[in-house]
Design a protein around this ligand. Sequence first.
Ligand SMILES: [Zn+2]
Length: 176
Amino acid sequence: MSDRAPGEPLALGVDHSAATGGARSSVGPRLYIVLTRVPRRSQLAVGSLGTVTLERGWYGYIGSAARAREARVARHLALEKPLRWHADYLFTAFPAERAWLVDGADGECELAGALAALPGAERRPRRFGAGDCRCAGHLVRFTRRPLRRDLAAAAHAAGAPPSGAVRAFGSRPAAS
Ligand SMILES: [Zn+2]
């Protein structure tokens, strides 16, 4: 099952020999989750999506980057950038607070669906970030701040191993 466009190659061309010395060998899509908080109900113009209403809450954006994932996540966390993706509009208006890297899940669409299945979560606005697929969207709203164990449970539901699949990114070292 794939949300990729017909004919688009999957990960068949991965060059495992390039991973010499790497502590991590990537299995499956290299995903990430970036979290922000919308403190009050807001209207936001989001490029091709038009103007959307964001209810108050926490929002997790799910993305993937076949290469240079950490640079991609750092870009989401940056305060100023060209507005290219839907996520750029969101994180310019509501700066991203933190992020996690996720390995082993089936894909960003599956991970978004599993996150939206958590209690109090839903995919909103519909189709956000889903320009290259047909799913309900890659932005998930939470009524309360999601914890790493919530994210790990969702990643596991989306095919990742039960532990070690979700790692904190950026501002502080991984919790022991
Ligand atoms: Zn999708």
